[in-house]
Design a protein around this ligand. Structure first.
Ligand code: AMP
Length: 540
């Protein structure tokens, strides 16, 4: 017998409808790419998204077409997402921090039909446009007054283009499994792979993301997504925030510490999210100015492991709760968040920080297991580590235009991460499978060493790679960037680490560098570091 409930497909445009009806006047504030702060609200966002859909349809964009966006977090970008998916097309976020060749490769692979881009990226696209036959039109996200002279095909300013629509348009209706969005994985090895989200997966994922033990979002929150929409589906914030009717503050192109602080303070932001490197900049800026964060309640930190010292600084110095989160593009992206279950809720001080080093427990909708290389499930004892595999309605089952089977026989996707899971279901990432250091048959976690090293007061950033060793196969090399104006020696750093980890985990050498290379999504680029230190010989 089937249930007798209504058929109400989980279509993403219903989220902006809900926000417009029930939270219509809630502010959406942007530091615009042109400079000034622009304020709008969910009712206006919806009205203009309808025009985007209407106007795209007039340009010949229909169900299943890909529309690229190359843009910062702004109200216009948000309108574009809803307009694109509301006509049945697919928003394809392109990461401007990728190499130009990768950008061209991705656009050609996705066969994007239209591109919507910020003025910032017009020069970049002019250089690439000859190689992008599928793009029929470029829509520059600005008004006539700021529209640059450009050779881009059929280029038009967004505001002029939009003004040609009256908004008398109804969202398209289709199956909830229809594709809505697309994001390519950062692809540190091999070619980038296209992850395709559906209306259903993104909607269910937005529910998961907003839950109390996830981001705990509500209508009284003021939410600042520093994480760009082009990183891993924007961590769902373009959906989960309007879903609950929280106000939005969008940083545009400026994500340095001072600019972020200004938004946090001026607009009384209560919730924010980004990768650790962003928070490193903010915390350094706060240290310098002595400013406080009286309005901020929660910060989600993910994308790479959140260093213990960062959690401590936010919580002890600024009274801000840190939610360490883990996920990946293939998971829409949330996989787990480190909020406190009753078993850990009473912990304080260092014991609490120990737990917060973990990436946390999955919300409903993510199933996890750890296995050995043969696929045998390993125990949840917080010590045994194995390959982390996941399954759920917002986890990828295949890549775009790729026939490879990426699931095991139980339907789990191998994340490529190595992790432990403890008795209460808290997962901790030890490493990317390819970054773990294999010393004398045992594994050393590069993440643990990095976290420890950045706890040193003079260290700004740390990376650990395995270097070939004649006796032990590999030994850890610690690469350090010091804070501006600071000096330290190898012995200072190793002395600080001694006693806090097993003796045989202690790096064999420490080298100081000006900076550490990052990927386009802000992760430490270990492949580049390994190349850089290929000829390096350990002193041991
Ligand atoms: P991406 O798809 O670019 O978001 O990359 C996903 C990968 O980032 C994961 O498979 C992890 O290796 C890494 N990652 C994400 N969040 C964390 C975290 N909190 N701690 C450690 N690694 C993380």
């Amino acid at each position: 017998m089937l249930g007798l409930m209504q058929d109400w497909p989980l279509l993403l445009h219903r989220i902006i409808d809900h926000a417009a009806i029930h939270h219509g006047t809630r502010p959406v504030i942007t530091r615009s790419v042109e400079g000034p702060i622009v304020e709008t609200n969910y009712a206006q966002i919806r009205a203009r998204a309808l025009k985007v859909a209407q106007r795209l349809e007039r340009d010949g964009v229909t169900l299943g077409d890909r529309v690229a966006t190359l843009a910062w977090n702004t109200w216009r970008h948000l309108e574009c997402w809803y307009g694109i998916l509301g006509v049945g097309a697919i928003y394809h976020t392109v990461n401007p921090r990728l190499f130009p060749d990768q950008i061209a490769w991705i656009i050609n692979h996705a066969e994007d039909k239209v591109m919507m881009l910020d003025i910032t990226f017009v020069p970049l696209m002019e250089k690439l446009a000859d190689r992008l036959p599928s793009i029929e039109r470029y829509i520059v996200l600005t008004d006539a007054a700021h529209m640059p002279q450009t050779t881009l095909k059929n280029a038009v300013s967004y505001e002029e283009w939009l003004a040609q629509a009256d908004g008398d348009f109804a969202w398209k209706q289709f199956d909830e499994n229809t594709a809505a969005g697309m994001c390519y994985t950062s692809g540190t090895t091999g070619e980038p792979k296209g992850v395709v989200y559906s209306h259903r997966s993104n909607t269910l994922h937005a529910f998961m993301a907003a839950l109390p033990d996830s981001k705990n979002l509500r209508a009284t929150d003021v939410c600042l997504p520093v994480v760009p929409f082009f990183h891993a589906n924007g961590w769902s914030l373009a959906f989960s925030t309007p879903m609950v009717g929280a106000a939005l503050v969008l940083p545009g192109a400026r994500m340095d510490g001072a600019s972020i602080y200004e938004l946090l303070d001026k607009y009384k932001v209560s919730f924010t999210a980004a990768v650790p490197t962003v928070w490193l900049m903010l915390l350094q800026d706060l240290e310098k100015t002595g400013a406080k964060l009286p309005y901020l309640k929660r910060v989600v930190i993910g994308g790479s492991a959140c260093p213990r010292a960062m959690t401590k600084a936010f919580e002890d110095n600024y009274g801000v709760e840190v939610i360490h989160a883990w996920g990946m593009t293939e998971m829409s992206p949330l996989g787990s968040l480190c909020t406190m279950k009753p078993e850990y809720a009473q912990l304080t001080g260092e014991a609490r920080l120990d737990i917060q080093q973990k990436q946390g427990h999955p919300p409903f909708g993510v199933e996890m297991k750890i296995t050995d290389d043969d696929g045998k499930a390993l125990p949840w004892d917080g010590k045994t580590f194995g390959r982390l595999k996941v399954r759920g309605p917002a986890v990828a089952k295949a890549y775009f235009k790729n026939k490879d089977n990426i699931l095991d026989k139980e339907g789990f996707f191998d994340t490529g991460d190595v992790a432990t899971i403890d008795q209460y279901g808290y997962m901790q990432v030890t490493d990317r499978a390819k970054d773990v250091i294999k010393s004398g048959g045992e594994w050393i976690s590069s993440i643990d060493l990095e976290n420890l090293a950045v706890g040193h007061p003079k260290v700004a950033e740390a990376a650990v790679i395995g270097v070939t060793h004649p006796k032990w196969d590999e030994r850890p090399l610690l690469i350090i960037v010091l804070k501006k104006g600071e000096t330290a020696t190898k012995d200072d750093i190793l002395g600080f680490m001694q006693g806090k980890i097993a003796r045989w985990w202690l790096p064999d050498d420490v080298v100081f560098v000006e900076d550490i290379p990052h990927t386009a999504t802000g992760k430490i680029q270990k492949t580049t570091l390994r190349k850089q230190f290929r000829d390096y010989r350990l002193p041991t």
